[in-house]
Ligand binder design. Structure first.
Ligand SMILES: CC1=C(CCC(=O)O)c2cc3nc(cc4[nH]c(cc5[nH]c(cc1n2)c(C)c5CCC(=O)O)c(CCC(=O)O)c4C)C(CCC(=O)O)=C3C
Ligand SMILES: [Fe+2]
Length: 371
C-alpha cells in the first residue's frame, strides 16, 4: 500500500500493453502480412492463404478490438483499486506501432513502465521477438521510458482458472454434459528447432526446452481441475494449429485437423477444443479453430465445441494488475509472492541469458540477463 492506502505501483508510472497487431480493413491485409513476414521465407502460397483468412472476415482481425477491450477493462480495474497508472497500447506489426506509442509515452513524461505482452509462453516467436521489438523501438525513440517486461503467466491462476471454466462451459454444450468428451488443447505450432531452443540455459549451458512443457503443464493442470469439477476423467491431448513456413521445415505436430481424424478413427464423437495458446480470440482462433477445425470435426461426425479464451475475464484482468504489483514490489527490493500452479515454477522477472534465440542469428533484446 502507498501512503494514500492504495496498492503501490512505484516505480512504475505507466503500463504498456504490447501485442501483435492485426489489420482493421481489407486494404490493410497485404501491408500487414508484409510487416509480419519481412525476411522470413514464408512461401507465397501460404501468404495468399492467410490473406484469404483475413478477407473472409472483411479484412479485419479481431485482435485489436480484443486488446482495446482488455485495456478498457484494465483501466476500470485500476480505477476501482485506486491505482493511478495510465495504460498504453503498442503493437509489433500494426497501428498503433510500438515506436509511436513509446514516443507518446515519452511526450507524456512517462519514465518507467511495466510491459504486459499478450503472449503467455516462452519461445522466440512468443517472447524474445517481442523483446527484440522493444529494443528496436527504444533505440529509435529519444527519451523512451525504461521498460520492464512482466514475467510469463501461462501458469498463473488468473490464466488457468478462466481456462478451466471455459472447458466446463464447453462440456455443458455437448450431449450428456460432455460425458466421454475428449479435451483437445490447442496452441500455435512453431518450428521444432525453435521449440528445442526455447527457454534459457542453466549455469552449465544445458537447455531444458520450455515451449512444449509449459503448454503440457497448462493442459495437465486444466484437465486435472476439470476432473475435480465434473467428477469424470476426460482424456486430453496437446495439438497445434497455424503451421506456416516451408513444408520441408519440421514444425510441432500433430495438427489439430489431423488429430481430429485420428480421434474419429478411434471412435471419439465429442471434443472440446481449448485454445490455451491464445489469450483472446485472435485470427488463429476464429479461423483455424472456429472455421477450419470445427468444419473438419463436422465432416468426421465429431461434435466439437470451442472453449472460450481468457479475453476480459475478470480473473485475467486481475492477473495483469497482480503481475504489475508483484513486479513493482520486486523492483522496490521486496519479496512478493509469485503465484503459479501446475508442474512448473513461476518464471523469472528477467529472462535468462541466451533464452529463446532468434533463429536467424543474435539480435539485441531488452529485458533479459543478456540485454
Ligand atoms: C508462437 C506464435 C504465436 C503466439 C504468441 C503470440 O501471440 O505472439 C503467434 C501469434 C500470432 N501470429 C499472428 C499472425 C501471423 N503469424 C505469422 C507467422 C508466424 N507465427 C509464428 C508463431 C506464432 N505466432 C511463426 C513461427 C510464424 C512464421 C514466421 C515467423 O518466423 O515469424 C503470420 C504470417 C503468415 C503465416 O506464416 O501464417 C501471420 C499473419 C497473430 C495475429 C492474429 C490476428 O490477426 O488475430 C498472432 C497473435
Ligand atoms: Fe504467428
Amino acid at each position: 500500500m502507498n501512503p494514500a492506502g492504495h496498492p503501490d505501483v512505484k516505480p512504475y508510472d505507466a503500463l504498456l500493453v504490447l501485442s501483435f497487431g492485426g489489420p482493421e480493413k481489407p486494404e490493410d491485409v497485404v501491408p500487414f502480412l508484409e510487416n509480419v513476414t519481412r525476411g522470413r521465407g514464408i512461401p507465397r502460397e501460404r501468404l495468399e492463404q492467410v490473406g484469404e483468412h483475413y478477407f473472409l472476415f472483411g479484412g479485419k482481425s479481431p485482435i485489436n478490438d480484443q486488446n482495446r477491450a482488455l485495456i478498457a477493462a484494465l483501466e476500470k480495474d485500476f480505477a476501482d483499486q485506486g491505482i493511478d497508472l495510465p495504460v498504453y497500447f503498442g503493437n509489433r506489426n500494426w497501428d498503433p506501432y510500438l515506436a509511436d506509442t513509446l514516443a507518446r509515452m515519452a511526450a507524456d513524461g512517462v519514465e518507467r513502465a511495466a510491459v504486459f505482452a499478450t503472449s503467455a509462453y516462452s519461445s522466440w516467436s512468443s517472447c524474445r521477438q517481442y523483446r527484440e521489438n522493444l529494443w528496436d523501438a527504444v533505440e529509435e525513440t529519444p527519451g523512451a521510458p525504461r521498460l520492464d517486461k512482466l514475467r510469463q503467466y501461462y501458469n498463473h491462476p488468473g490464466f488457468i482458472e478462466p481456462a478451466v471454466d471455459a472447458c466446463l462451459a464447453a462440456l455443458e454444450q455437448l450431449p450428456d454434459n460432455g460425458d466421454a468428451a475428449r479435451l483437445v488443447f490447442v496452441t500455435h505450432s512453431i518450428p521444432t528447432a525453435m521449440a528445442d531452443t526455447s527457454g534459457s540455459e542453466d549455469p552449465l549451458g544445458q537447455r531444458r526446452p520450455a515451449y512444449v512443457p509449459q503448454h503440457r503443464s497448462v493442459a495437465d493442470e486444466v484437465a486435472a481441475r476439470v476432473r475435480v469439477a465434473t467428477g469424470r476423467t476426460h482424456r486430453h491431448d496437446l495439438v497445434y494449429c497455424s503451421r506456416s513456413g516451408a513444408p520441408s521445415t519440421p514444425w510441432l505436430e500433430p495438427d489439430v485437423n489431423d488429430h481430429l481424424e485420428e480421434l474419429a478413427s478411434d471412435g471419439v464423437t465429442r471434443v472440446v477444443l481449448a485454445p490455451i495458446g491464445f489469450v483472446s480470440d485472435h485470427m488463429e482462433v476464429i479461423y483455424d479453430l472456429d472455421t477450419e477445425a470445427l468444419e473438419t470435426a463436422e465432416k468426421l461426425g465429431i461434435q466439437a465445441v470451442r472453449a472460450a479464451t481468457a479475453g476480459v475475464d475478470e480473473r485475467f484482468v486481475a492477473m495483469v494488475r497482480d503481475l504489475v504489483l508483484e513486479r513493482a514490489a520486486a523492483e522496490r527490493g521486496e519479496e512478493p509472492e509469485r503465484p503459479a500452479v501446475g508442474a512448473l515454477p513461476p518464471g523469472p522477472h528477467i529472462c535468462g541469458a541466451g533464452c529463446c534465440p532468434n533463429p536467424r542469428g543474435p539480435r539485441p533484446a531488452l529485458c533479459g540477463r543478456d540485454s
